[in-house]
Write a protein that binds this ligand. Structure first.
Ligand code: 13P
Ligand code: SF4
Length: 312
């Protein structure tokens, strides 16, 4: 079936089912065309929490759909492909977190939203790339903090807040691959370009060090939606983009007259790309695959998410 037919069928069925389609910024362009809202993890969880629709079709990865199921248990949350996982979310299990907590019984636990519901249920606070610094700043200065599972985000937060953190050694397989050498090589070809990095990037600590040494300027560290706002607001007309390359299409649609250079051409999240128009249509046709969270886990995980949302 051609995309126009699929798109029309999805839009018609979406109305019939009183459904809303929430899509992450890394989704395929054809998914943007059927989405009601496109955003980063924090914006998507806020949308899920406030939508009046009966059904949420989540065009993103599993932990995002699970977060929607945690914040709105009265809604039907569908993930078009159960294979849409996340290597970062898999880098810490609930048993590993419990063991870590047992070593630091007095610590406050901050877990990135890229985690399973069980892991969130063991956390005091959840955070996303756009509010991790604020969440850590909101914790009293005398408290010990366990931060996970992304070690690059952890290093960034530690530097921005000046707080010593215990950091879990997890990573995202896409962002961990970004190296300082990639940046240096691209920068030589595009010396005027503004550099925008996601805090999960493997080169983040080195970049921050170079910024401190005045060897690198013109760098911003932002969530995926923060990046889109930055390219919109910046007077620059050329940007080096350090994140999954799907976002570049979103930037081109938002500010078409500017130039976007991927820091790494092969930075593709295979999990995000599992979502297609075909399986989005099937999700609506067959009301599949429903994402639910057991009630006791859900209530505990929701506390950590609510604390995050209250902070910002
Ligand atoms: P954002 O919350 O910045 O969209 O990040 C989500 C993610 O999975 C990045 O890899
Ligand atoms: Fe997870 Fe990395 Fe994909 Fe983001 S890009 S969803 S962190 S695997």
């Amino acid at each position: 079936m051609i995309n126009t037919d699929l798109r029309q069928q999805i839009i018609a069925l979406k109305q019939q089912r009183q459904a809303v389609i929430l899509a992450h910024n890394y989704q395929r362009p054809e998914i943007y065309d059927v989405a009601d809202f496109i955003g980063d993890s924090l914006e998507l969880s806020r949308q899920a929490a406030t939508t009046t629709a009966a059904v949420i079709v989540f065009c993103g990865v599993h932990f995002m759909a699970e977060t929607a199921a945690i914040v709105c248990p009265d809604k039907t949350v569908l993930l078009p492909d159960l294979g849409a996982g996340c290597s970062l979310a898999e880098s810490i299990t609930v048993d590993q977190l419990r063991a870590w907590k047992a070593e630091h019984p007095q610590a406050v636990v901050v877990m990135y939203v890229n985690t399973s519901a069980e892991v969130k249920a063991e956390a005091d606070y959840c955070c996303t790339s756009s509010n991790a610094v604020k969440v850590v700043q909101a914790i009293p200065a005398n408290r010990e903090i366990l931060f996970g599972p992304d070690m690059f985000l952890g290093a960034y937060v530690q530097r921005q807040t000046g707080r010593p953190l215990h950091i879990w050694p997890g990573e995202c397989h896409v962002h961990a691959g970004f190296r300082q050498e990639h940046l240096t090589a691209i920068q030589q070809r595009h010396p005027r370009a503004e550099i925008i990095l996601h805090p999960e990037c493997g080169c983040i600590s080195q970049c921050l060090y170079m910024m401190d040494q005045q060897q690198l300027t013109n760098v911003k560290v932002l969530s995926t939606s923060g990046m889109i706002k930055a390219v919109t607001a910046s007077p620059a007309d050329e940007f080096i983009i350090g994140t999954e390359i799907g976002i570049i299409e979103r930037m081109k649609r938002t500010v078409p007259e500017k130039k976007y250079i991927p820091l790494k051409e092969d930075a593709i999240c295979k999990y995000m790309k599992k979502i297609t128009l075909e399986n989005t249509l099937q999700a609506l046709q067959h009301m599949q695959h429903r994402i639910t969270v057991p009630d006791d886990v859900r209530r505990r995980a929701k506390l950590a998410i609510d604390r995050m949302i209250a902070i910002g």
